[in-house]
Design a protein around this ligand. Structure first.
Ligand code: DGJ
Length: 727
């Protein structure tokens, strides 16, 4: 609900409120973001001037949005340059309007319009011509507010934006911790938490994709916030390219700015033209990080994912991916043998990863030539699809549409379609270049190839990979003055192609991937309901990666596969139960060579597949409670997923978490794991028929078996078995 009181606007979700108000001289002030205010609450703007000099106020008052050069010296969300070379703008309140639903952001993904959605649009203007429309969309039940900013040149001469962020949020002076999700290849999204110090702390990417090193999401929280208590503000950028998140602490308080990275971004607007910045999403919770995460998970599941995949109770295929089984070393016979073994384990979908197309036998060639390699697939994809289908499995396929190998027919025909700075030899990474997706004709040409492949036989699943950072970003199709648009136009091209694929093939299950999890963001989730989390499938490493990921993103979007030991990435050993538990955290699939497995070994996998088929709806759609979080040594973790009505729950404990409330597994105690999210008054039974009350499970805890060895693990399923005990 949005409530207007003069020029004060209060945005209410079910349990939170956000308020902004026009203040002295038309300055738009940020006045509140926290627990829900009573209806009709007055404007919370502080009427006390900071001190007698109004000229200084602009640097001290909490502002909703600002530009530099007018004495607001905090981190600026936008940097305009006018035709006369001046770079100052005083953005003042002009008007506001409220509407049902939400205006589109052309070419950009966003949390979806729908029932119960309302938007506030506030126009700010600088007298020299820059106009910014701030958009706030309220998702009341989901406790979510999304924001974006549309920049317009309302003047008479061109103006150039050197920075055009999406969100700026000021906090009254206080103490906050900043949590960001960082890492590297095979160790993505490790959470790091530290007090926000004076000055600016930032994470970002100038790689063209968000990258492995930092995720486009951040959390500010009270220093004493824990999983179960305390104030948290969570933010996620709905964008899949260069980004910058800046958190500043200064005399005036704290400021957070989220937007496209200003590196090599400049966008000139002719009079009347606009630039729409991508959306940023925010959630407030006063019940700790766990509550904040659950709010994000619910909003992502119900308002962001493609509608076709939002029903968490609808079955999702259990897949087997060929990559860690065979890498590039396969032919049709081997693939069919692998699919036959997968069928015996109860798997539904066989995914053919990299290496299926013309001449591709290692990373040195063929990207861009999306036609079958006849040496490996004599009857093409239709032939393989038929044989896999005869086994009762569906077929899925890997592609890397943005990439081109120097040794490819596509590159030989169109060398200018790859990014290259004139006169500079382009950098090969993984022996490949990147196609200039800022050019519509390049997107069209790749689309024609993909469409032909996807129409050639029933392909049910597509893994869209992207295996390098961008470099040499320069478009042969744009003049020098417009090269600053290329990074963003590239992302728009990626979105356009994903839109065509998903709209033309609405039943296709799209999974995004970028050398593991280098493009794990809300922009991608608009098109694909799952993203490959990391190339590291080691159970212990995955616990840490998936824990960090779960701070913002729900388990149902995390591509997670059971794989071989020793793990191909780390060389570690871990138990079957631990590897299964880690894979069941996410989308649950397999990625190993099963062709050498005996009938008994294949039969041993079947109960897990059956467990997922029986309880997958709960795992995907339930509420996540993190019971014990892994640290960087990733020695263990425990988590549970409870149905929102408390009727059932799945509980997982791995490694030292099996020590329960007593910490590391003890050989000389009877550890217990206190649960959360159950109905205290109900009676629950586990799969062995043991019964407990919800109160017992949450206060005293689930009795743990005690465990020894490397990565012991346990998986429980609890079901409410009768009416409330107090009824
Ligand atoms: C990187 C991906 O993350 C892997 O899963 C695999 O698809 C390879 N690329 C294939 O080249």
């Amino acid at each position: 609900m949005i409530v207007q009181n003069g020029t004060c606007y209060t945005l209410h979700t079910a349990h939170t409120s956000y308020q902004l108000a026009a203040g002295p001289g038309g300055m738009l002030l940020h006045t509140y973001y926290g627990p829900r205010l009573p209806d009709g609450a007055p404007n919370l703007a502080d009427s006390r001037p900071p001190h007698g000099d109004p000229g200084c106020w602009t640097d001290l008052l909490p502002k909703e949005f600002s530009a530099p050069g007018t004495a607001d010296n905090r981190t600026a969300p936008c940097l305009p340059e006018y035709a006369d070379g001046s770079e100052a703008a005083d953005l003042l309140f002009v008007s506001a309007r409220m509407q049902k639903g939400k205006p589109a952001l052309p070419g950009l993904p966003m949390f979806r319009d729908g029932d119960g959605v309302e938007t506030l649009c506030v126009t700010l203007r600088d007298e020299f011509g820059l106009e910014v429309e701030l958009r706030y969309t309220v998702y009341e039940a989901e406790e979510l507010i999304t924001r974006s900013a549309v920049y317009k040149n309302a003047g008479e001469k061109p103006l150039t934006l050197h920075k055009a962020a999406s969100l700026c949020l000021d906090f009254a002076p206080g103490c906050y911790d900043l949590i960001t999700l960082n890492g590297t290849w095979a160790a993505e999204r490790t959470p790091e938490r530290a007090p926000l110090r004076c000055g600016v702390q930032s994470v970002g990417s100038a790689r063209g994709v968000p990258g492995h090193a930092h995720n486009p999401a951040a959390i500010l929280c009270a220093p004493d916030a824990t999983e179960t208590a305390g104030e948290c503000w969570g933010f996620a950028f709905v964008y899949s390219g260069n980004f910058l998140i800046e958190a500043e602490r200064c005399d005036a308080g704290e400021r957070l700015v989220i937007g496209i990275h200003p590196y090599h971004f400049h966008w000139t607007l002719a009079p009347g033209e606009s630039f729409a910045a991508p959306e940023a999403a925010m959630v407030y919770a006063d019940g700790g990080l766990g509550q904040m995460s659950r709010r994000f998970h619910n909003a992502i599941r119900t308002r962001l994912l493609p509608p076709r995949w939002q029903d968490m109770q609808a079955p999702r295929p259990v897949l087997l991916n060929s990559w860690e089984a065979f890498y590039f070393d396969f032919d049709e016979e081997r693939l069919v043998q692998l699919a036959a073994a997968a069928q015996k384990a109860g798997i539904d979908l066989f995914v053919l990863d990299d290496g299926w197309f013309k001449g591709r036998s290692d990373t040195s060639s063929s990207l861009g030539d999306w036609a079958e390699d006849e040496a490996k697939l004599p009857d093409g994809l239709p032939g393989l699809c038929r044989r896999v289908g005869e086994l009762g499995l569906d077929l899925g396929l890997w592609v890397e549409p943005e990439a081109v190998s120097p040794d490819s027919d596509l590159y030989r025909a169109h060398p200018d379609w790859a990014f290259a700075v004139p006169g500079r030899r382009p950098l090969e990474i993984r022996r490949q270049y990147t196609l200039d997706f800022s050019r519509p004709e390049v997107v069209d040409a790749v689309w024609q190839q993909l469409e032909r492949v996807l129409r050639s036989c029933p392909i049910r699943y597509l893994k869209w990979d992207m295996n390098r950072s961008l470099a040499d970003v320069y478009s042969a199709a744009l003049p020098a003055a417009r090269q600053g648009e290329v990074y963003h136009r590239y992302v728009l091209g990626v979105y356009e192609l994903q839109r065509r694929v998903t709209e033309t093939f609405p039943d296709l299950l799209l999974e995004n991937c970028a050398g593991g999890g280098a493009r794990f963001d809300c922009g991608m989730l608009y098109y694909s309901p799952q993203i490959w989390c990391s190339d590291n499938t080691d159970a212990r490493a995955r616990l840490l990666i998936q824990y960090g990921t779960s701070l913002i993103y729900p388990g149902c979007v995390m591509g997670a596969h059971y794989s071989a030991v020793p793990n191909h990435c780390t060389g570690h050993l871990s138990t079957m139960e631990a590897r299964m538990a880690a894979a069941l955290f996410g989308t649950f699939g397999f990625e190993l060579d099963l062709t050498g497995y005996s009938e008994e070994e294949l039969a041993a996998l079947r109960p897990y597949v059956a467990w997922y088929k029986a309880h997958g709806g709960l795992v995907r759609g339930g509420e996540l409670y993190r019971l014990a979080n892994p640290d960087v040594s990733a020695l263990g973790a425990a988590w549970m997923v409870a149905a929102p009505d408390g009727s059932e729950a799945a509980v997982f404990a791995v490694g030292d978490a099996l020590g329960g409330a007593h910490g590391p597994a003890s050989l000389n105690s009877l550890p217990r794991l206190p649960l959360r999210g159950l109905d205290a008054a109900a009676l629950y039974a586990d799969e062995a028929g043991e019964r407990y009350t919800g109160a017992q499970l949450m206060a005293a805890g689930l009795p743990l078996p005690g465990a020894r060895g490397q990565t012991p693990a346990c998986i429980w399923y609890l079901r409410r078995v009768d009416a409330h005990m107090d009824e």
